[in-house]
Write a new protein. Sequence first.
Length: 145
Amino acid sequence: MYTVEHIGIAVKSLEQSDPLFSRLLDASPYKHEEVLEQGVITSFFQAGQAKIELLEATHPDSPIAKFIDRKGEGIHHIAFEVKDIRAEMQRLKEEGFQLLQEEPSIGADNKWVCFIHPRSANGVLIEICQTIPETELTVKHGLDL
């Protein structure tokens, strides 16, 4: 069973959007993080059991910059938490979903991530994600926590 982990919202400027969402949600962002591989800086807000992730492009060729150029600011994706991302990727492929990657990548907020092409999900970009165990981060990827 999936649970909504976060909703990703593409924004032109975190400097302008953070205060707006702080007022809206009556809370400050709990984290800012740059994801070099995806060309974004993220800002996370807790919203009940789920999160809101604001995404600002770091360069004009990033997926978020291209999204904003085509569609403007707004909802970019919905992310669902899964227990075993690799098993879920295999299940989704067997069900006929088109994945945008063959292997999960490291995303923001200490997550393995994989995206499902919008053509496979009624025009909605879907992300599945799994929290990366601390031992996997430090041992397999040499990342500092």
